[in-house]
Design a protein around this ligand. Structure first.
Ligand SMILES: Cc1ncc(COP(=O)(O)O)c(C=O)c1O
Length: 1010
């Protein structure tokens, strides 16, 4: 006879007392306890309390012994765990045969029954921890009688109870049970085989648990113990725990995280946890339906049916929340990413470039960040789309923004104002936004950011829903499949698409919908990434989630910025206004320092050829020759970090870096340039160059090329006509003589021939002669930039420097090449621009690009000059050539060499200059385009014949480019030369953008007039 069919034993109280006395020598008072198939009674002897367990006569002796073996095993491994302890009786025995029944005595565990007690999240967490400890203790336990595959309540045998579906009365209940069986057979059974098994309690329902406050004070009823899948232990507890609770998420999170904190589960196990929990409830309703159908007594049948109600309710709730989501929730609570593919997706999308999603460029167009938290301005209009739309337009206008950006992960509590995104699993509404929004003045076209396949198209006309929504699937390289979702579309615009269609990156996939068909919103795109369609194959995938589920959802729907690649500041509100910053700058910084542009820019980041302002807007940098190998170049940053963390000291100690870097630079220079000094700025380099020359020659004066700039110190300003002959300058000082500016465009000799070079160099001769006449000796030095930078990107005629050097050397002076702007390969053809003129200077100064933004500069000279300088007075420089600077210098050279930046400079530079020359046909303002590699310019003149300079026009072009997110500058004696010297990582794609936008700027200038 089966144990469920045999009536439980029914000894009288006196008989039970006799049994206790006879076998265990215990006395006390008897209190009956409820049991389905055995007879249990409490034996109270003062503070000592026991349970007399009288097994059903049909119960297998071995199973009784098995239960005691479990209790003894756990007591030995985790003595503090609150499970009953087995009492040893007469003759050291633990089990006694009395009539047909096996008798045992175990300790009674005090407390309230979990099911009837008040419950907190902490209690559920403690339940999880308790069961986790129990599972830990049970590892390695074996017993021959633990194997009961056919046991009715064995969750591994859930298929057995499927036959009882026929006994379920209501058709909708049947359908529900079939749904869960279907999932179970399709999704769970095939995976179970791979999962570990163990002896488990198998019935940690809330009536088998005893609590004291928030603590678990006991687990009882070991009658269902068997060898089964390990994960069933938690699944069964979870199934019962979610019965009749309001907040499924809080309860299950506490329980799962408590359990897995003690006893980790595998990803496989967690991915079926909720299905198995549901199956426990399914088995329960199946078995009770079967019993009800067999019950002869109507009342009993009714009772059985009523007790099913909480299980059906819970099952419906689980289904509504979504079983696939719940399994992801279990993964997260169990310590994993909610989705297996999260990390692989992030890896595959690292550094990805997407195609244009709108007719405008989301990166370079001005934008404004929208706040949708409760109380944020504008949110009061959400229920009135017309008003909201006007408000959005005004906000965009006020900020001169092309679009508004809505934040991912924002808790839009404003949505509780009546928009009403109800939760299925926990009481508060859904409020957390799982997408990035693009808010617009009016509907616009949307283009596919990547190649993809149409996965779902749905129309949901509920107020504040998506309207029409489109989902595409994608795969990037070997990465996992994922999806992009586009909400609030125009229905007609997606008509041409069918499920399964492929779309190419850049294809027009849809157009945004007007208010009347987009769910009732101000036109905007809701753009979301999904790693999984979960149970939402039809496209009605949620875009908003509960606060309680955000940590799970954010793994399934990771930040769309993985694709968009906006800088983080794009999504941060800046507390500082431009005016605030300007005001505080005025307070603390010297007014002689200017601020770029009339409309100032608050920069927060740099990357490659781009700088980013505080709204995240990307500005193409065509100016910065200091960040030679790109803003925040990772190799350079790494060199700084590594060396700064290891050693930074001054160059009086020995370290390898300085020698290696000096050798590498000297290697790039012709003989006899062979000795190096490290300094901190171009000005300091030129100061030192002058000192070297003065010391070597014993003279004081310098011949400098007109309109040159060599630094901000006393001695270098004194040789910089660009400073002393312009605003605020005091004119040429007596120790300086200016040689005629050898500018073939504006100068006296209008070509680049050798003759022209020689003709300009004649002026050097005149200055030498004048010096000798007035001071009695020739100059100490001649200094020239190798291409005139501030002078307006002026390429000297051939042979100019050669002739000038000859004349200076003949007079006993030294020749200094200022390579601060042009050095380290900027001109492409040669590493140093003086090489373009076929000369070898006596002293070379360089700086700017050397440290890629870190203050670093150097002077290279001959052994003879350096030795003469070493007259006993030490040349010490606190910072020059320190180990960190040297590591940076090496990294910069690595980048130039390893990435072929010189070759690239020629190609890109020529592309840009060709583009500008092409514009000369359309814009007669451009008098000349000139340059070498990534050092180029265009001189603007009002009349190509008279060459009258056009500085206002040049300034307006720069201003228009700034409005179009391109940083460009003017220079030259009259500020009429458009001057370009971008970071060397500027390539053809950037050059194309630059040329397009420059054309646009000229077009605008001509349209607006000048
Ligand atoms: C040609 C030239 N020499 C020297 C300097 C001075 O360099 P720094 O600003 O590093 O002192 C500059 C700076 O613009 C320069 O362009």
């Amino acid at each position: 006879m089966e144990v469920f069919e045999s009536a439980p034993p029914s000894y009288s109280e006196q008989e039970l007392l006799d049994i206790a006395k006879t076998y265990f020598n215990k006395t006390g008072k008897i209190k009956p306890l409820v049991s389905e198939r055995d007879q249990n009674a409490r034996l109270i002897d003062g503070d000592d309390e026991y349970v007399i367990k009288v097994a059903n006569s049909a119960e297998d002796d071995n199973l009784v012994e098995f239960q005691n073996a479990v209790l003894n095993h756990v007591a030995a491994l985790d003595p503090e765990l609150a499970i009953p302890k087995v009492i040893i009786g007469k003759d050291g025995c633990q089990i006694f045969k009395h009539n047909d029944n096996n008798i045992r005595l175990i300790t009674f565990l005090k407390g309230d029954i979990f099911g009837d007690a008040p419950k907190s999240s902490l209690l559920y967490e403690n339940l999880g921890k308790f069961l986790g400890r129990f599972s830990t203790a049970m590892q390695g336990f074996g017993h021959p009688h633990s194997h009961q595959p056919d046991f009715l309540w064995n969750l591994d045998n859930a298929i057995f109870t499927k036959q009882y579906i026929a006994d379920i009365e209501k058709s909708d209940d049947k359908e529900l049970v079939e749904y869960f069986y279907d999932r179970y057979e399709k999704l769970v059974v095939p995976r179970l085989e791979r999962m570990r098994s163990c002896v488990i309690h198998s019935d940690a329902n809330t009536y088998n648990l005893v609590v004291q406050g928030d603590e678990i004070s006991g687990l009882i009823d070991f009658g269902d113990m068997l060898f089964a899948k390990q994960v069933n232990e938690l699944a069964i507890a979870l199934g019962y725990a979610v019965l009749d609770v309001d907040d499924i998420f809080a309860v299950s999170k506490a329980l799962i995280s408590g359990y897995t904190g003690e006893f980790p589960l595998s990803e496989d196990e967690l991915e079926v946890l909720f299905d198995l929990a549901a199956m426990r409830l399914i088995m329960s309703v199946c078995i009770s339906s079967n019993r009800a159908s067999a019950a002869s007594d109507e009342k009993h049948r009714e009772y059985l049916t009523i007790t099913q109600a909480p299980a059906f309710k819970a099952l419906r709730k689980l289904r509504k929340i979504g079983m696939s989501f719940l399994n992801a929730f279990a993964r997260k609570a169990g310590g994993y990413d909610a989705h297996r593919n999260l990390t692989p997706l992030k890896t595959s999308l690292d550094g990805i470039k997407i195609s244009k999603m709108f007719d405008f460029d989301i990166y370079s167009e001005p934008r404004v960040l929208f706040d949708n938290a409760a109380g944020a301005p504008g949110t009061e209009h959400i229920l009135n789309p017309e008003k909201h739309s006007n408000w959005v337009t005004n906000l965009l206008d006020e900020n001169e923004a092309r679009y508004g950006l809505g934040n991912y992960g924002e808790n839009r509590t404003s949505f509780t104002l009546g928009v009403g995104f109800k939760s299925h699993g926990s009481p508060p509404d859904r409020t957390v936004h799982m997408a990035v929004d693009f808010w617009l003045r009016a509907p616009e076209k949307i283009y596919a950011p990547l190649d993809g396949v149409v996965q779902a198209i749905a129309s949901n006309d509920d107020p504040f829903d998506y309207g029409t929504v489109l989902i595409l699937s994608h795969q990037v390289d070997e990465g996992p499949e994922f999806y992009t979702l586009y909400g609030h579309l125009e229905k007609a615009s997606v008509k041409k698409l069918n499920i399964g269609d492929t779309v190419a990156a850049g294809d027009h996939i849809a157009t945004l919908g007007e208010i009347h068909e987009n769910g009732g919103w101000t036109p905007h795109l809701h753009f979301q990434i999904l790693l999984d369609l979960l149970d939402y194959e039809d496209g009605n995938f949620p875009g908003i989630c509960e606060v309680a589920t955000w940590s799970t959802w954010s793994d399934i729907c990771p930040d769309p910025n993985l694709l968009l690649g906006f800088i983080p500041e794009s999504f941060e509100h800046s507390d500082l206004t431009i005016n605030d910053m300007l005001e505080s700058r005025k307070q603390v910084l010297a007014p002689s320092l200017s601020v770029a542009y009339k409309k100032h820019i608050h920069m927060v980041r740099g990357k490659g050829p781009y700088l980013y302002d505080n709204t995240g807007r990307a500005f193409l940098d065509c100016v910065n020759n200091i960040t030679h190998v790109g803003h925040c170049n990772p190799h350079v940053v790494n060199a700084i970090q590594t060396q700064a963390a290891r050693l930074n000291t001054n160059s009086r100690y020995l370290y390898d870096g300085i020698n290696k870097l000096a050798a590498r630079i000297i290697d790039s220079m012709p003989d006899p340039l062979s000795v190096m000094f490290f300094v901190n700025s171009g000005s300091e380099a030129n100061e030192l160059a002058l000192r070297l020359a003065r010391h070597y020659t014993g003279r004081k004066t310098t011949v400098a090329v007109d309109w040159g700039y060599h630094g901000n110190t006393n001695a270098t300003v004194a040789i910089s006509a660009y400073k002393f002959n312009r605003k605020g300058g005091n004119g040429c000082p007596p120790e300086t003589r200016l040689a005629e500016f050898p500018c073939p465009y504006q100068g006296r000799f209008n070509n680049y021939s050798d003759e022209s070079g020689k003709a300009y160099a004649a002026s050097v001769d005149e200055q030498i002669a004048d010096l000798i006449k007035t001071t009695g000796e020739g100059p100490a030095a001649f200094i020239a930039e190798s291409i005139a930078g501030v002078g307006g990107q002026v390429i000297y005629p051939d042979g100019y420097l050669k002739a000038a050097y000859e004349k200076i050397r003949a007079s006993g002076g030294l020749c200094i090449a200022d390579e601060v702007q042009t050095g380290l390969g900027r001109t492409g053809e040669q590493m140093w621009a003086y090489q373009l003129q076929g000369v070898v200077p006596d002293i070379v100064s360089f700086g700017k690009p050397f440290g890629n933004g870190h203050p670093m500069a150097a002077v290279v000279t001959t052994r003879e000059i350096a030795d003469k300088f070493a007259n006993g007075m030490e040349y010490f420089n606190s910072f020059g050539g320190n180990p960190v600077s040297c590591a940076i210098g090496m990294a910069v050279l690595d980048e130039v060499e390893n990435n072929g930046l010189r070759g690239k400079a020629i190609i890109t530079g020529n592309y840009i200059m060709d583009g500008m020359r092409d514009m000369m046909d359309r814009y007669d303002l451009i008098g000349q385009v000139r340059g070498k590699g990534m050092f180029f310019g265009a001189e603007l003149v009002k009349d190509r014949g008279t060459k009258e300079v056009a500085p206002e026009e040049a300034s307006r072009i720069v201003q228009y480019l700034r409005e179009d997110a391109v940083l460009f500058s003017t220079d030259g004696p009259y500020d009429n030369v458009l001057k370009g010297k971008p970071p060397m990582v500027f390539g053809l794609p950037e050059a194309e953008i630059f040329i397009d936008k420059l054309e646009k700027a000229f077009k605008r200038l001509y349209k607006e007039g000048f």
